[in-house]
Design a protein. Sequence first.
Length: 217
Amino acid sequence: MKSLVFLSSLAVAAAGGWVAAAMFAQPATGKEPRFPQLTMDQLDEKQRPLGEQVMKVSSVGLAGPYNPMMRSPLLGQRLFDLFHYLRWETSVPTKLNEFSILIIGRQWRSQVEWYAHAPLAAKAGLSPDIIAELKANKRPSNMTEDEAVVYDFVTELTTKQKVSDETFASAKKIFSDQQIIDLTAVAGNYVMVAMMLAMAEETVPPGKEPPFKAGEK
């Protein structure tokens, strides 16, 4: 029953509140935003081509990481192309790809990453119990073999700055070389996204509860 309730709450979050409100999200502190939210009408000739591409695929419009990215449109375009591959063309199965993003989001306590990707992970088939345990900063129990490999691989790489021989051997049993490279890239990419969001103080939509509360580890 708890799992059903959890999934239901994630579905509500994904259904529209974020899409509509994130366009005008303000920092949680109530102070002036570091980067005021841009709209398409405000984009200059260098920013507009990227903005048009973003609007075709983004569920958050120009909000989230796209808002600060627009300030450096050439870099933004390069990052957008990378995002596109790592989200929609990667060789890593969607469920595992979203799991790896959540692992990074939890490490950084990234409000936006978790808010945006927890519903996507659930939709892709990641167990709500796994999502809940990860959010509680625990190593999830009852993971499948491939999920456990992703958790260990990404966690070791990002917290110990290396992957043990044992973990790498486990990854080689399940994943192809391309999948291992893509898994490494998506983890690194979302560390960068978390950094961008933290620097810009991008937050969840107005009226929505941030996933991580002050004082939580």
